[in-house]
Design a protein around this ligand. Structure first.
Ligand SMILES: [Fe+2]
Ligand SMILES: [Fe+2]
Length: 239
């Protein structure tokens, strides 16, 4: 597999020495942001990112959906009407991008290696349990949001509860992954395994999202923010 992206590999090995960080092959979509086709990686020099940085960037998408959930919770609490299709689409991003992709990477590529190494096992077990709980909440949110009118007070309350539970769990969940799990990842794999994992990530990403998949998802989330009126970042600056 080493021959697939020799230039990237070389850079990554250099970056490991220079930065002493988590340099490794990133997900394919990360490379695609900066250079399409991928062969242009060599022109871009040291812009490759590590799997940890990629996973954290995926958390950025998750965070933007959490903001969309926050806004719906605000509308629900204020008893203001909203277009349920935005919330359905947001839940679909969680399902397809976060649960079926990002969390599968964690479950298939990270968690087993921590368990095998006997490191952070309790944390890994909790994270995996939370993934399962998250999927149940997403199913509820998706279903309730799709009922559109939410005329029944009980449905509105159930939706509010599911959104609150999701927000309450995922913020500490992703914060723990960013600050504890991902930084420790390199300590449980060999450099060779790290390279192989990068290839595995790329394959998986290509299967699911194709070219520029990450940025398509980001654009999709931005469109939902616009529909909801929370896209303009400046509105959040204190006056
Ligand atoms: Fe996770
Ligand atoms: Fe995660």
């Amino acid at each position: 597999m080493e021959s697939l992206h020799p230039t990237r590999r070389n850079f990554l090995h250099q970056a490991t020495v220079v930065c002493g960080g988590l340099a490794a092959p990133g997900l394919a979509f990360a490379a695609q942001q900066r250079s399409t086709p991928k062969e242009k990686d060599s022109d871009k020099g040291g812009e490759e990112i590590s799997p940890a940085e990629d996973l954290m960037r995926e958390h950025g998408v998750l965070n933007r959906i959490l903001l969309i959930y926050d806004e719906h919770l605000r509308l629900l609490t204020a008893k203001k009407p909203f277009d349920g299709s935005v919330l359905v689409s947001a839940a679909d991003v969680i399902r397809h991008f976060v649960e079926d992709y990002h969390e599968k990477l964690e479950e298939n590529f990270l968690f087993p290696r921590f368990r095998k190494a006997g490191k952070l096992v309790s944390l890994v077990n909790t994270l995996e349990t939370q993934h399962k709980a998250g999927r149940e909440l997403t199913a509820q949110i998706r279903e309730l949001a799709a009922t559109a009118t939410l005329k029944l007070v009980s449905d509105a309350e159930k939706l509010g509860d599911a959104l609150r539970a999701f927000l309450r769990m995922y913020r500490p969940h992703e914060a723990r992954e960013d600050t504890v799990l991902f930084p420790a990842f390199r300590s449980v794999v060999s450099p060779h395994e790290y390279d192989a994992l990068g290839d595995d990530f790329e394959k998986k990403e290509d299967e699911l999202f194709g070219e520029d998949g990450f940025f398509r998802v980001v654009d999709q989330v931005a469109q939902l923010e616009k529909k909801l009126g929370i896209h303009d970042l400046a509105q959040f600056t204190p006056k």
